[in-house]
Design a protein around this ligand. Structure first.
Ligand SMILES: *Cc1c(COP(=O)(O)O)cnc(C)c1O
Length: 400
């Protein structure tokens, strides 16, 4: 094999003694998720410069697949001031990693978990009078005030008190000796679509709910409404703070999004050719024999599958880059591997395969993969699981 060594060069074992071999962890899989932490910090800064209000960086779902703790520590070092996650466990993981920024848990709360929020100094989402009561009771028991954001439902019908009946909740929160109301917020249902009339309606309902603070003569807490779509398309929704998630990672929420902020994609997914073969005309490839070679062709196998979160929906539809060219997947994506038809082109074992990212003149974006798989970029990112190691570039504390 006279190919130049790949990025994982395994030294020959001189005597077969396993102790002399590099550990499997050191060799790793040939597949890697490369995360450019500096791109995430640059995207955060670009968004902040664009909106000119504080940014709550959304790092739920393993920082959209990029790695919760490394991404958040880097954002904290880069000057982020607030964080948002979905579940209390995500907030606790960040506290245990030493993150000290304010963290809002945006999901609904369960009574038995409330004490966990308070002892870990996590901000709670309070969406009804009964939830407020649970928070007050836990805070009283612990002798510590809870920091809360009131959640107003303005059209998602998910969690949140309906805007029209928010008055009683606002009043109870303002009067509560055990709750400090840090924020009031809602969530946009249609902000990815710049032309949707839904957003203006939601903004109107939200501001009506916020007016209860003025009515009561109470200080206005942080009003926040805009997700990534709001940041891109609806300046009126920026208010006192924005909550971008997917934009931080350099990915647009929707093919119709207007890229009004310059962003850098932070994630690449690379692997290597593990097998090469010639497939004769008429032979079928993969489970179900769904793909048939029209003529003699060359097929390579790549060791990534739906068990890693690489969508099975890409079967015979997706593309990857090998030697700077796009090549189509042949047959079904298996749990641990998939096959690629490289036609008359050549490839060698250990050649780099780019599933997401750049190679030579070509690039495949997360948005491309999502379109091909018939889903949204969010789902592609978050389903990439821990079976593929993440490798971090940039940042003071880069780690493997
Ligand atoms: C996930 C989430 C966000 C971020 O959404 P993006 O579309 O990724 O910007 C903001 N707010 C809430 C309540 C969320 O659940």
């Amino acid at each position: 094999m006279s190919r130049p060594p790949g990025h994982l060069h395994v030294p020959a074992a001189p005597d077969g003694d396993p102790a002399r071999l590099p550990s499997p962890a050191a060799v790793g899989r040939p597949s890697r998720i490369l995360v450019d932490l500096d791109a995430i910090a640059a995207n955060h800064r670009a968004i902040a410069d664009h909106v000119r209000v504080p940014v709550m960086a959304i790092v739920k779902a393993n920082a959209y697949g990029h790695g919760l703790v490394p991404v958040t520590r880097h954002l904290e070092a880069a000057g982020a001031t607030r964080l948002g996650v979905a579940f209390v466990e995500e907030g606790i993981a960040l506290r245990q990693a030493g993150v000290t920024l304010p963290i809002l848990v945006m999901g609904g709360i369960f009574g038995p978990q409330v004490a966990q929020f308070i002892v870990h100094d996590l901000e709670l989402t309070v969406s009804s009078l009964s939830k407020l009561g649970q928070v007050e009771e836990a805070a009283r028991t612990l002798g510590r005030r809870a920091r809360v954001h009131l959640k107003i439902d303005t059209g998602m019908e998910r969690i949140g008190v309906h805007a029209a009946s928010a008055g009683a909740l606002v009043e109870a929160a303002v009067r509560s000796p055990w709750c400090e109301t840090v924020g009031v917020y809602s969530h946009l249902a249609c902000a990815d679509d710049p032309d949707s009339p839904m957003t203006a309606l939601q903004l109107e309902r939200f501001l009506e709910a916020c007016a209860h603070f003025d009515r009561l003569g109470a200080p206005m807490p942080l009003r926040h409404l805009a997700n990534s779509g709001g940041v891109l398309h609806f300046p009126g929704t920026w208010l006192d703070m924005v909550r971008p998630g997917i934009l931080l990672y350099g990915v647009l929420p929707d093919p119709a999004s207007r890229p009004v902020v310059a962003l850098r994609p932070a994630l690449s997914l690379v692997s290597q050719v593990v097998y090469f073969k010639v497939v004769r005309a008429g032979s079928t490839v993969g489970y179900g024999a769904t793909w048939t070679a029209a003529s003699d062709t060359r097929v390579v196998t790549v060791p990534v599958g739906y068990g890693d979160g690489w969508p099975r929906a890409l079967s015979s539809r997706g593309e990857v880059l090998i030697r700077g060219r796009r090549h189509p997947l042949a047959g079904r994506v298996c749990m641990d591997q998939f096959m690629v038809d490289i036609g008359a082109h050549s490839a060698w074992n250990e050649d780099e395969v780019v599933l997401v990212g750049r190679q030579g003149p070509e690039a495949i974006s997360v948005e491309d993969v999502a379109r091909c798989a018939g889903t949204i970029p969010y789902e592609i990112l978050v389903q990439l699981n821990e079976r593929i190691p993440r490798e971090y570039r940039g940042g003071a504390d880069s780690a493997h």
